[in-house]
Design a protein around this ligand. Structure first.
Ligand SMILES: Nc1ncnc2c1ncn2[C@@H]1O[C@H](COP(=O)(O)OP(=O)(O)OP(=O)(O)O)[C@@H](O)[C@H]1O
Ligand SMILES: [Mg+2]
Length: 277
């Protein structure tokens, strides 16, 4: 339950992220980023390092507005950092990373396409034959409990179902790494637990890696192998926790019932140092 030394614990043990198990999917090495707001330089990310190993789920929590989305946007090549290096599978980021799936707070489903049509979109763009794209998309909707809803339009689905369709749309492309920016934030507790469990199952079964940004400390702890706590702006790594809950890490209720669970939550809450304003 003791946090590890900050930068070293969050980042790879060697400069290239090479371990005996192979090359890390993602290594962020001393990245910084400022915005120019009307001629005033606002530092947002300051000297931040972290890594994501194969098959690992890492949660990132941090104070509101500290720069989490900015960090995610730099990782996927939408924003260039001012300094530092981002390496995907040992290679310097150039353009957008391959084989990476995203999920954001808004589901961004196309309203004129059915659930099935939305899930198929990525496969269609990649030129997968229509019959195969349809079979794979239907199977993924089934695995996420949406059997019977394939032909529904997004406007006729609940918020929880829509996020499931968005999750299916992301996973059907079989990305090796997933980058999530608070995708479950607007869901009610039951739907959140269910979709977190499905996410854990599908990510772990597939040997994928997940970097999950979340405001929800319980979500962060119950899903992850490691939680990285970020500091206020300019943000950096404040603390890192290896999460040891034992048991089945795809069962979100069991994770919350674990003896260690509330200790991690309390400690991370204290690290966040949230004050009423
Ligand atoms: N394009 C931009 N230009 C100028 N400032 C920006 C820009 N995008 C974000 N910011 C500022 O940078 C800071 C970090 O924003 P960011 O959205 O990355 O934070 P966040 O941690 O994701 O916030 P939240 O917890 O609300 O999701 C904020 O102060 C924000 O106002
Ligand atoms: Mg954000």
């Amino acid at each position: 339950m003791t946090p590890q030394a900050n930068r070293d614990a969050a980042s790879a043990p060697t400069g290239d992220g090479a371990m005996s198990s192979g090359v890390f999917p993602l290594v962020v090495d001393r990245v910084s980023k400022s915005y120019d707001v009307d001629g005033k330089i606002v530092p947002v990310i300051g000297d931040l390092s972290l890594s994501l190993d194969k098959g690992e789920i890492v949660s990132i929590v941090g104070p509101s507005g500290c720069g989490k989305t900015t960090l995610l946007n730099t990782l996927c090549g939408l924003i260039a950092p001012d300094a530092g290096r981002i390496r995907w599978y040992g290679r310097e980021l150039a353009g957008q990373p391959q084989n990476v799936g995203y999920m954001l707070q808004k589901d961004l489903l196309l309203p004129w396409r059915t659930a099935l049509g939305n899930v198929m979109l990525g496969l269609e763009i990649r030129g997968v034959a229509a019959a195969e794209a349809q079979d794979r998309s239907r199977a993924m909707l089934d695995r996420l409990g949406l059997h019977g809803f394939a032909d529904h339009y997004p406007s006729t689905l609940s918020g929880g179902m829509r996020q499931r369709v968005a999750l299916a749309r992301t996973l059907v492309n079989e990305p090796a790494v997933l980058l999530f920016d608070e995708p479950f934030a607007s869901l009610d507790f039951q739907n959140k637990l269910l979709i977190e469990g499905d996410t854990a199952r599908l990510v772990r079964e597939g040997g994928r890696s997940l970097l999950l940004i979340t405001h929800d400390i319980e979500e962060a702890v119950s899903l992850a192998d490691r939680v990285i706590v970020l500091s206020k702006r300019p943000t950096g790594v404040k603390a890192v926790y290896d999460i040891d809950l034992g048991g089945d890490r795809t069962d979100m209720m069991a994770a919350r019932d674990s003896d260690n669970f509330s200790g991690y939550v309390r400690q991370i809450w204290a690290d966040l140092d949230v004050v009423l304003q």
